[in-house]
Design a protein. Structure first.
Length: 171
């Protein structure tokens, strides 16, 4: 006996209006670790948000300053998604209007290793890729003055050492 009440099935990952819905991270669609990482942080923006948090950016407005120019609605969505996945946490730093700072959890900090591999691969196989160490001295000094360095946030000037176009960080 067939049911007379017809229901429309929606495509997985879309809302009723056809827009992409936020992926719920409560079950695994595959036993593959690569597929699972991609489910959590494999879209165009998530790893760039993690990169910027690793570089010391911590507020919504600082994250918007990324050279890739993430739209505000996508940034808000990725921050919520990464928080839900346990990759970052948010802490209020202002009451009215409520504003949050974002920091990586240990789980999020461990993505540094993934990003390091991506950087090495990109430098080897994609022409024109630049990393922090490829910047000229002026550009590096500007980044240091802004407190956005790979050490993970603001660092005392006596911990930075410039030699020609090389910069090192000594904790």
């Amino acid at each position: 006996m067939q049911a007379t009440n017809k229901t429309r099935r929606k495509r997985p990952g879309t809302s009723r209006r056809g827009k992409r819905a936020t992926v719920q991270i409560h079950h695994l669609r595959s036993p593959c670790p690569i597929a699972n990482l991609l489910d959590v942080a494999g879209d165009k923006w998530s790893l760039l948000v993690v990169r910027d948090l690793l570089r010391g950016r911590s507020t919504f407005n600082q994250l918007l300053e990324s050279p890739e120019k993430i739209p505000t609605n996508l940034l808000a969505d990725r921050l919520k998604r990464l928080e839900k996945a346990g990759i970052l946490m948010r802490t209020p730093y202002q009451k009215r209007p409520v504003r949050y700072s974002y920091t990586l959890t240990q789980k999020g900090k461990e993505l540094q290793h993934v990003l390091d591999v991506v950087v090495r691969w990109s430098k080897k196989h994609i022409a024109g890729v630049q990393t922090f160490t490829d910047l000229n001295l002026y550009q590096a000094e500007q980044l240091v003055q802004e407190g956005r360095i790979l050490a993970g946030g603001p660092v005392a000037a006596n911990k930075l050492h410039f030699t020609s176009l090389q910069m090192s960080y000594r904790p």
